[in-house]
Each structure stands twice: as structure tokens, then as C-alpha cells.
Design a protein around this ligand. Structure first.
Ligand SMILES: C[S@@+](CC[C@H](N)C(=O)[O-])C[C@H]1O[C@@H](n2cnc3c(N)ncnc32)[C@H](O)[C@@H]1O
Length: 225
């Protein structure tokens, strides 16, 4: 291949990588913030978070949409997200709500915390988009203290055959535009398989969401004491 052709190809590769970076770091956080602060999600966030106590870790913090819904007694949490583009949103929301957030850019597949470090771990609309769900659940179990609680509010595989077929059809496109989001994960089954004791589970379709994206798994599971 001639040197000039190589240059053009390399240039095209670099610019497409930059576009991915620009989309992920600048556009995606704005879109995510718009989608995830929709009022119809608020009551579910509030209900989930009403029981959280102690040292709290939230994984996949996004733009901090849960912050307004933490109960008043929560003054400080630790939060991680793999996308640094979320940070400006988090800073704004943290000031407005008055909760101290130790916010780290980190990967849920390798949490930068020692074993048994937290009393409570929270994920909302996050387990759909991690690459290896088993690995992440293993990490959650590792950093949760024995007897600690894992609270989740996640979407996934619908039990209706017609909806599930549509979810499978939409999955490739959805992954591409929505930051790797998978539509067909069986969240509660995976949580149990990871060794947690499932103590509460509610399944429902979230209001005003397409059924393909709105079948929810909400509840908590305990790490064996
Ligand atoms: C759909 S958003 C949900 C954000 C927030 N939890 C909420 O309820 O609005 C999913 C978030 O998970 C984050 N995420 C995806 N994979 C991750 C990983 N491996 N480690 C940490 N965060 C991750 C994304 O960057 C994104 O902010």
C-alpha cells in the first residue's frame, strides 16, 4: 500500500475513533440526562432508595439522576462511572442536593475498593450496559460486606414472547446507540446465580416506556452473612 493511502486510511480510522469519543463523552451524557430524569422514573427511584443505609456505593452513577431521591439521612455516598463525560452533570446535581459524592471514574468489572467495604450497593439502569454481567455481580459481592444489601432497579427481558422477540430484533441497534445497552438480560436470575439471596423482587412495565425497554426488575438481594 502506498504511503499516502496508508495516511488516508489511518486518518479515517482516527477520526472515527474521535467521533466515538465525542459521542460518548459529550452527546451521550446529554441524551442520558434527558432520558433518565423523566418524572415517571422518580417514584421508582424514591421507592428503591428509601431503605438504603450505612456506607453506600452506587455503580454506573451516570449524571447522578438518583441524587434527589436518596433519603434525607444520607449525607455522603461513593459513586463510580466509566464515562468521565458524566462528571459536569454530577457536580451540578451534587451542589443542588447537598449530598457529598466521592465520584470516581472506574470500571464496574474491577472495582477499586477492598473486600467488604460497603453496607449497601445500588445500581439503576446500569446492569443492561456492562459488558460482563457475571463479572460485575462478582465484584459487587466482593466489595459488599457479609449481610449487606444490593439494591437494583434494572430493565431486561420481558416474559411476553411477542415483546421478547422484538427485544431480540432491536438489540443490535440499541447496543450501538445506547452505550452498549442490552434489552434481554434476566436480571433477577443472574443475581441469584451470582450467589445473592433475593429478598424482594417486583416486576412491572414502567409507564410511558415502550415495552421492549420498560420491563423492570426492582428489589434487593443480600450477601450471605
Ligand atoms: C443508562 S445509564 C444509567 C445511569 C444512572 N444509573 C441512572 O439511573 O440514571 C448507565 C450508566 O452505566 C455506566 N456504565 C456502563 N458500563 C459501566 C462499567 N463497566 N463501569 C462503570 N459504569 C458503567 C454508563 O457510563 C452510564 O452512565
Amino acid at each position: 500500500m502506498s504511503r499516502s493511502l496508508k495516511k488516508i486510511r489511518f486518518g479515517a480510522f482516527q477520526s472515527s475513533r474521535n467521533n466515538v469519543g465525542f459521542y460518548t463523552k459529550k452527546i451521550l451524557p446529554c441524551l442520558l440526562d434527558l432520558a433518565m430524569t423523566r418524572p415517571e422514573l422518580g417514584s421508582h427511584r424514591r421507592q428503591l432508595l428509601s431503605g438504603v443505609t450505612g456506607e453506600i456505593l452506587e455503580i454506573g452513577f451516570g449524571t447522578g439522576a438518583n441524587l434527589p431521591y436518596y433519603p434525607k439521612h444520607v449525607k455522603e455516598i461513593t459513586a463510580i462511572d466509566s464515562n468521565a463525560g458524566m462528571t459536569p452533570f454530577v457536580q451540578r446535581r451534587m451542589k443542588a442536593r447537598g449530598v457529598q459524592v466521592k465520584h470516581l471514574e472506574a470500571d464496574a468489572h474491577a472495582l477499586p475498593f477492598p473486600e467488604n467495604a460497603f453496607d449497601t450497593i445500588v445500581t439503576t439502569w446500569t446492569l443492561c450496559s456492562v459488558e460482563n454481567l457475571d463479572r460485575v455481580l462478582h465484584e459487587i459481592s466482593r466489595v459488599l460486606r457479609p449481610g449487606g444489601k444490593f439494591y437494583f432497579l434494572e430493565h431486561g427481558r420481558s416474559p411476553e414472547g411477542r415483546v421478547f422477540r422484538l427485544q431480540r430484533l432491536l438489540n443490535p441497534l440499541n447496543r450501538t446507540v445506547a452505550g452498549g445497552c442490552e434489552l434481554t438480560r434476566e436480571i433477577s436470575t443472574q443475581v441469584k446465580l451470582a450467589g445473592f439471596e433475593l429478598e424482594r423482587l417486583e416486576n412491572f412495565y414502567i409507564e410511558k416506556f415502550p415495552r421492549t425497554h420498560g420491563y423492570m426488575f426492582q428489589g434487593w438481594a443480600r450477601k450471605s452473612p
